[in-house]
Design a protein around this ligand. Structure first.
Ligand code: GDP
Ligand code: MG
Length: 321
């Protein structure tokens, strides 16, 4: 019997089987071959083959992992290993906010690079559009329009006042997408307002740090029935969403500083075109196409600075929020 992993801990996973029964499953025998070296062996969205426990019918054992179409991973600093956040996605939804928590464009740039590396089309969901940006309004809008001009879709919403939710519902319909963002940006709130039968726990911002508390500790795949008010009255529209664990930092996995420009969409095609070819460090060389792009305004200074900062984070192994 085949099924999809909805969530679970390292030992027991909820698997939604072909016969629609959700079974609690452990992994049979030794570790799954494809999961060696990972912090967690399976992620929401994984397709697995299970042996149903004949006595209970509500339990089973996972015997195989169906090869993943794609996987979204981050480096787990504490666990010192890559952590699978989700598998088999149509899109990654990077959730950010103008404020509460403060606008963190570098978080978005890192998640964009990881999504590019893993070949999963990212979209940027800017939640809490009812709030004033934590930075200069102009700088905030400029950052968003930079991403947009690179071809990233941006959906501005407010889970609080309902702005933009129809557009979001339309985008998510009939897909499997993962929500990735710092704790407190409103991932669980977004799910609750898309499907009002969902009542996920949402966190209040910690006063002291202006950060969200880690309400969601494990990723979960949810099948949403989109509210009719968001689909022009159509009933039964569905969207599958993975609410990923609250992360404070998004640390890249498996990308070297030398390769990072390949995963910055506006720099990718310039890599290798510099006078010094592949040995160009894009920091000072004459005839560097990336620097020329920055000077001529084709590449935004913010993104170039982000690229520099992330390069040094990779090299030094220290990461900002
Ligand atoms: N002002 C405002 N607050 C929001 C919005 N969406 C969520 N929040 C609040 O932000 C806090 C964190 O939300 P939560 O969904 O738990 O964030 P998560 O950690 O990303 O899942 C909660 O207090 C929500 O009520 C919004 O669009 N506007
Ligand atoms: Mg949450």
């Amino acid at each position: 019997m085949f099924g999809v992993v909805l969530g679970g801990s390292n030992n027991i996973f909820s698997v939604e089987c072909e016969d629609t029964v959700i079974r609690q499953c452990s992994i049979k025998g030794k570790k799954l071959e494809a999961s060696k070296g990972y912090y967690n062996p399976l992620a929401p969205g994984d397709k697995v083959e299970i042996e149903v426990d004949e006595q209970t019918d509500t339990e089973g054992q996972i015997i195989n992992l169906v090869p993943r179409k794609n996987e979204f991973v981050r480096w787990n600093v504490k666990g010192r290993s890559p952590q699978l956040l989700a598998a088999n996605l149509d899109n990654i939804c990077i959730v950010t906010t103008p404020n509460e928590p403060p606008f963190r464009p570098r978080f978005v740039d890192r998640a964009l690079a990881q999504a590019e590396y893993q070949n999963i089309e990212p979209v940027i969901i800017c939640n809490k559009c009812d709030l004033q940006p934590s930075c200069d309004e102009e700088d905030f809008e400029e950052r968003l329009s930079d991403w947009e001009s690179m071809g990233y879709k941006i959906i501005k919403i407010s889970a609080k006042n309902g702005e933009g939710l129809e557009e979001l519902a339309e985008f998510l319909e009939d897909k499997l997408c993962a929500l990735v963002g710092q704790s407190g940006v409103g991932k669980s709130s977004i799910i609750n307002v898309l499907d009002s039968t969902c009542v996920l726990k949402t966190g209040s911002l910690s006063q002291k740090y202006g950060r969200g508390t880690h309400t969601t500790t494990k990723g979960t795949l949810l099948h949403l029935t989109l509210n009719e008010s968001l689909t022009g009255g159509r009933q039964g529209a569905i969207a599958s969403i993975i609410d990923t664990p609250g992360v404070r930092r998004f640390v890249l996995h498996d990308i070297t500083s030398k390769d990072l420009a390949l995963y910055f969409r506006e720099m990718k095609n310039l890599v290798g075109q510099c006078s010094f070819g592949m040995s160009c460090t894009h920091t000072h060389e004459a005839g560097c196409k990336i620097l020329e792009g920055v000077y001529s305004g084709v590449i935004s200074e913010d993104r170039y600075e982000s690229w520099q900062r992330i390069c040094s984070e990779i090299d030094n192994g220290t990461w900002d929020d």
